[in-house]
Design a protein around this ligand. Structure first.
Ligand code: 15L
Length: 264
């Protein structure tokens, strides 16, 4: 089994923390970075460096010698355009420049929020038209296009994961469609190192949920097969809803309702 050296941005965040601990436990050499301090003890064999994604030079230096960049830094909730532009637009650009320079692969976490304005009843495939539900989703759509451009012009390989919702357990009805378990998430990220070739691969980041909004992606090509499912939570969570018709009707859920001004 390969033991890659991976640069992880956003190591102090929720999914960053999960990746830092679990990939270090798999024997990966983890180079952790964040603009905030890493809480708790550093995992075995990991190092931590404070890096601001807006500092191109610092990002470039942090990526030296890495096979893989797991880009989990940046803003992960709906915010103003001005707050998002630095970390998510400039920051992702710096990551792709570093990947090009150091010939590293990139795992780019995209999000359900790139398709948040589709109805819950729609079944989407990977080539669907993106319908971002806010400035955050829009920055993820830009990240996907950035990845595509760096693949087509510079042969930088990317795994784009349109993550639904990742917590230890689902907590409401929408989660029954969007849940990605930690185990399935880690297995997917491990595939990014194991796969012979990533090229430009798009994956819907959800476990085997029978209520999934999505189908058809690149999982067979990279050898990923989710094993968990939200189905066992249907009885308990089907009635756990927001009582907001917009949030409940669309794939993006609550994020859609932030500054929503369309009437009907
Ligand atoms: C996301 O993209 C967010 O980063 C995360 O916090 C969740 O809210 C998730 O989407 C979701 O919509 O469930």
């Amino acid at each position: 089994e390969r033991r890659p050296t991976a640069l992880l941005t956003g190591a102090a965040g929720h999914l960053g923390g999960v990746l830092a601990r679990r990939l270090a436990a798999c024997g990966w050499h983890m180079r952790l970075t964040d603009i905030k301090p890493f809480e708790g003890p550093l995992p075995d064999g990991a190092t931590f460096l404070t890096v601001d994604l807006e500092d191109k030079r610092a990002v470039q230096d942090a990526a030296a010698g890495c096979d893989l960049i797991l880009h989990f830094g940046g803003i992960s909730t709906e915010q103003s355009f001005e707050d998002i532009i630095g970390p998510n637009y400039r920051g992702s650009f710096h990551i792709y420049e570093a990947a090009r320079y150091h010939r590293a692969r990139v795992v780019f976490p995209s999000s359900v929020h790139v398709v948040g304005l589709y109805e819950r009843g729609d079944k989407l495939d990977q080539d669907c038209v993106l319908r971002p539900d806010g400035y955050y989703g829009l920055s993820k759509a830009y990240g996907e296009m950035l990845a595509r451009m760096y693949w087509e012009k510079h042969e930088v390989e990317s795994l784009i994961v349109r993550i639904g919702s990742t917590l230890s357990e689902p907590t409401d009805r929408r989660f029954l469609s969007t849940w990605l378990s930690y185990d399935d998430f880690i297995a997917l990220v491990r595939c990014s190192a194991e796969a012979e070739r990533l090229a430009f691969t798009v994956i819907w980041g959800a476990s085997n949920n029978s209520r999934s909004f999505w189908r058809d992606d690149g999982r067979a090509r990279i050898g990923w097969q989710p094993e968990d499912s939200s189905d066992g939570y249907i009885e308990r969570l089907d009635a756990v809803v927001t009582h907001d018709a917009i949030a409940e009707g669309l794939q993006g859920g609550r994020f859609v309702t932030v500054d929503y001004t369309r009437e009907g």
